[in-house]
Design a protein around this ligand. Structure first.
Ligand code: GLP
Length: 264
């Protein structure tokens, strides 16, 4: 595994010199878990951040095999067909699914085109439960601390549902859309409760634009204002980040909290 510059416990935080090194380490971890459990259920994320992780996984595709695993994506825009270039279904095919040995039937993405979105959300939760729950969930983090598409104010018990996107999120994702096309204002997303049910969680954050959100997630109070702060409640979270995203972290404080957790 790539050596980290700094590590603290609970949630484990591993800081790397570059985004590429952090992404490599995440790809290593995913592969280790796949080798240990070929029928693993993965939770997958989209956005700019995990692109390098998927590239690394594709470069090494074949060993381990993707044939026996199942995966569930966090979210999808409402009203975007799977062939739309900004849909997360399209993203996943382009970056991962078309390049590894996984049958389409084993890949799941919330159906943002469903005529009944509540029913689609419920079906998604059922499918996750029927597959035995998510073993390893990959996450990014939004600049306002969102995870999946759970914006500030989302209940930490929330389940898969339709959500309204924050204007800042719509703006941040606008470059993914063809020029002049307005991004959807709502999405289907796993809830924070759904995410917290995963047995293990890996969050990747890179670049200075994430420094504030990462500090709020790890050092701030557990609050609805920062959806990612709910991860402090989970016992098996590892944050992989680069130096730029770690710029606002106070490692002494995190170390002390780690020992307090360890003593508890
Ligand atoms: C998007 C996704 C999230 C992602 C986040 C950050 O809105 N729904 O899953 O983690 O925003 O995206 P990026 O990695 O592009 O900064």
């Amino acid at each position: 595994m790539t050596p980290a510059l700094h590590e603290v416990n609970r949630p484990i935080v591993r800081v790397f010199q570059t985004a590429e090194m952090a992404s490599n380490a995440v790809a290593d971890l995913i592969e280790q878990r796949m080798l240990a459990r070929p029928a693993i259920t993965l939770g997958l994320a989209t956005g700019a951040t995990p692109r390098l992780v998927y590239r690394k996984l594709v470069e090494r595709a074949g060993a381990p095999s993707w044939r026996h695993l199942r995966c569930f994506n966090l979210d999808e825009y409402v009203g975007l067909a799977a062939h739309h270039p900004a849909s997360f279904a399209h993203y996943m095919r382009e970056l991962l699914f078309d390049h590894v040995d996984i049958a389409t039937a084993r890949t799941h993405i919330p159906d943002g085109m469903a005529p009944d979105l509540d029913a689609a959300a419920e079906t998604y939760e059922q499918l996750i439960a029927e597959s035995g729950g998510i073993d390893l969930q990959l996450l990014g983090i939004g600049r306002n601390g969102h995870i999946g598409f759970n914006e500030p104010g989302s209940s930490h018990d929330s389940r898969t549902r339709e959500v309204q996107l924050a204007l800042s999120t719509i703006d941040a994702n606008r470059p993914d859309f063809p020029e002049g096309e307005e991004p959807p204002a709502t999405a289907l997303t796993m809830g924070i409760g759904t995410i917290l049910d995963a047995r293990e969680i890996v969050l990747l954050a890179t670049g200075s634009a994430k420094a504030e959100a990462l500090a709020a997630m790890l050092e701030g109070p557990i609050s609805l204002d920062c959806p990612a702060s709910a991860l402090q409640r989970h016992g098996a979270v590892t944050v992989f980040c680069d130096k730029a995203a770690a710029a606002n972290l106070n490692f002494e404080q995190l170390d002390m909290r780690g020992s307090a957790h360890a003593a508890a």
